[in-house]
Design a protein around this ligand. Structure first.
Ligand SMILES: CC(C)(COP(=O)(O)OP(=O)(O)OC[C@H]1O[C@@H](n2cnc3c(N)ncnc32)[C@H](O)[C@@H]1OP(=O)(O)O)[C@@H](O)C(=O)NCCC(=O)NCCS
Length: 331
């Protein structure tokens, strides 16, 4: 498609709950150790939402921060897209709840269920809507409260997940603007759907006493099967956008991948032959926050001054579906 306009990231924001759950806390809950978690995943601590907090509450705080950094008000937004697998409710969408919290009406709002790349998928949609001239400013949020769908008797999964939200405002750019959404790529392979799944609560297995007793409403994951697919699919998503834009890895200033496991991030970095110093990591602080990992890392890196105006940032994610995707931007 020939774009009528260009899109850019005009501002970013994030929010994490105050409560910290560290590896030593987890040692008291399941048969695990700080040493195992640290060496096998790179994680040290993660944030946990309070019982009162729902995903829209985290999304709201991240959105306010993103709007502030874009120098916009909620009424300037034309569309809200939320990537999440832990919505407030199966329906209405968390995006509609967020729209109401932000005090805006008469703009569309919807969720994207694409597993951990939810924010990348949502960004790809936002890019199209700006490029074809439909909207000027789109709020794109990634938010999760995974700790409420985690089985804290399963050590294979419960050490991995945390809560948080990241948001970005996508806006139409002037041709003189250096910032640009260069490209994006999204993909899915439903044949791997059963290795990362919330088995009950939908129309396949509606909630019953038995589904609750058997913990079927929590994350089920076959971690080591996903590991290899993660590296392969993120590599592929990065390779496609680089080749399509006649760029090589050396042209990239920063790589932000989904923060699911430090060993996955390192394996991808090795496969891409990218300088380790260019790979942004914050997994030690937040664990895996699914669709929030990338916008959170992006916001932290911009606010800390690591990523600067004009830098080329390549982002890549993978997750339940299985899905994968990449986003290439100049900040
Ligand atoms: C989950 C993951 C950390 C497990 O690491 P791994 O090195 O693959 O470990 P394995 O699953 O092979 O298990 C190795 C051993 O560690 C044990 N183990 C698993 N979790 C443990 C924990 N928290 N503490 C201590 N031991 C643990 C296993 O029981 C197994 O023991 P065994 O050999 O006696 O059977 C890793 O596979 C992973 O990160 N996968 C990808 C996850 C992911 O990206 N998910 C996507 C979500 S979006």
């Amino acid at each position: 498609m020939l774009a009528k306009y260009n899109a850019k990231i005009a501002g970013t924001g994030m929010y994490v709950p105050d409560k910290i759950l560290n590896n030593f806390d987890l040692e008291k809950i399941v048969e695990t150790s700080d040493e195992w978690i640290r060496t096998r995943t790179g994680m040290i601590e993660r944030r946990v939402a309070s019982t009162e907090q729902a995903s829209s509450d985290l999304a709201y705080e991240a959105s306010l921060n993103a709007l502030k950094s874009a120098h916009l008000r909620a009424k300037d937004i034309d569309l809200i897209i939320v990537g999440t697998i832990s919505p407030d409710h199966p329906f209405p969408s968390t995006a509609c709840v967020l729209q109401h919290k932000l005090g805006v009406k008469h703009i569309p709002a919807f969720d994207v269920s694409a597993g951990c790349p939810g924010w990348i998928f949502a960004s790809s949609i936002a890019k199209q809507f700006i490029e074809n001239g439909t909207y000027n400013n789109i709020l794109v949020v990634g938010v999760e409260i995974l700790t409420k769908i985690t089985n804290y008797s399963d050590r294979n999964t419960c050490v991995l997940f945390g809560d948080g939200s990241g948001a970005a405002v996508f806006s139409r750019t002037e041709s003189t603007d250096i910032a640009l959404i260069i490209d994006s790529e999204i993909a899915a392979d439903g044949s791997y759907g059963d290795i990362l799944i919330q088995k009950a609560g939908g129309s396949r297995n509606p909630a019953t006493e038995e589904t609750v007793r058997e913990n079927l409403h929590t994350v089920y994951m076959e971690g080591n099967k996903i590991f290899k697919l993660a590296v392969r699919s993120m590599y592929h998503a990065c390779d496609i956008v680089l080749k399509r834009n006649h760029l090589d890895v050396k042209s990239i200033d920063w790589l932000i991948t989904h923060q699911a496991n430090m060993r996955i991030i390192e394996a991808l970095g090795r496969k891409m032959k990218i300088d380790k110093k260019k790979v942004i990591v914050n997994i030690e602080k937040y664990g895996n926050t699914s669709s929030a990992t990338i916008p959170m890392a992006l916001d932290e890196s911009i606010k800390s001054g690591k990523i600067r105006s004009g830098d080329i940032v390549l982002m890549a994610s993978f997750g339940a579906g299985l899905t994968s995707g990449s986003l290439l931007v100049r900040i």
